[in-house]
Design a protein around this ligand. Structure first.
Ligand SMILES: Cc1cc2nc3c(=O)[nH]c(=O)nc-3n(C[C@H](O)[C@H](O)[C@H](O)COP(=O)(O)OP(=O)(O)OC[C@H]3O[C@@H](n4cnc5c(N)ncnc54)[C@H](O)[C@@H]3O)c2cc1C
Length: 187
């Protein structure tokens, strides 16, 4: 496996659970890439936008599967990373942003997504740190997870199981794609 971020560590962890021996190479330290800096929002609704219907379906399915993934991780490691759902606000600060936000809200509502239109005063009530100029917002309930804690838990569990070895400061310089016969697309 090349790269020990959220994606590589997650795949390595699942493969080790299925009895495979996995080697994760990382040119730096596992968990130190984009996954270290992410806010941890699991936000398919907030990020739903025009012309991305297929991506939205994938994102919704992925977010729906996430609680089971965290449950499996907690069962294996004894460490709960239970994801909260504190809610997300997507706000508009001026007239142009307000128009764009209204269009986005109608689009998201038309898709049946769980969004709520909130006046500026309601947004500030929910999040007092918001700028007084906030005109309105779209509110949703979405999950979050601490990406740094998630990486740590997976790395520790890998060490305990011995199914996954990791090598830091090991950059891959070329890759060969491997596709088992059963994955070949049907003609
Ligand atoms: C500021 C910020 C905020 C974000 N907030 C969110 C959010 O709230 N919600 C969300 O869903 N997403 C968020 N993201 C996006 C999210 O962080 C990424 O989509 C996710 O972390 C990607 O995981 P990854 O494993 O593919 O990449 P990474 O975590 O970057 O891992 C890739 C790893 O591969 C290693 N690597 C690269 N090249 C090589 C090589 N040639 N050989 C060996 N190793 C190599 C790197 O060192 C790194 O450790 C955010 C991103 C940023 C930057």
């Amino acid at each position: 496996m090349v790269g020990g971020g959220a994606i590589g560590l997650g795949i390595a962890w699942r493969l080790a659970q299925r009895g495979r021996d996995v080697l994760v190479l990382d040119r730096a330290e596992p968990g130190s890439g984009a996954s270290f800096h992410a806010a941890g929002m699991l936000a398919p609704i907030t990020e739903a936008t025009f012309g991305e219907d297929a991506l939205l379906r994938l994102n919704l399915a992925s977010a729906a599967a996430y609680p089971d993934f965290l449950r499996d991780l907690a069962a294996a490691t004894g460490r709960s990373l239970q994801s909260g759902a504190p809610g997300t606000l997507f706000v508009a600060l001026d007239r142009d942003q307000l128009e764009a936000l209204e269009r986005l809200y109608e689009f998201q509502r038309g898709l049946g997504l769980g969004v709520e239109w909130l006046r500026g005063s309601r947004c500030r009530e929910l999040e007092p740190a918001l700028h007084p100029a906030v005109r309105a917002g779209i509110g949703t309930r979405e999950q979050e997870v601490d990406p740094r804690a998630r990486a740590q838990v997976q790395v520790r569990d890998d060490e305990r199981r011995h199914g996954v070895s990791r090598r830091s400061a090991s950059a891959a310089t070329s890759c060969r794609t491997f596709r088992p016969r059963s994955w070949a697309p049907r003609r």
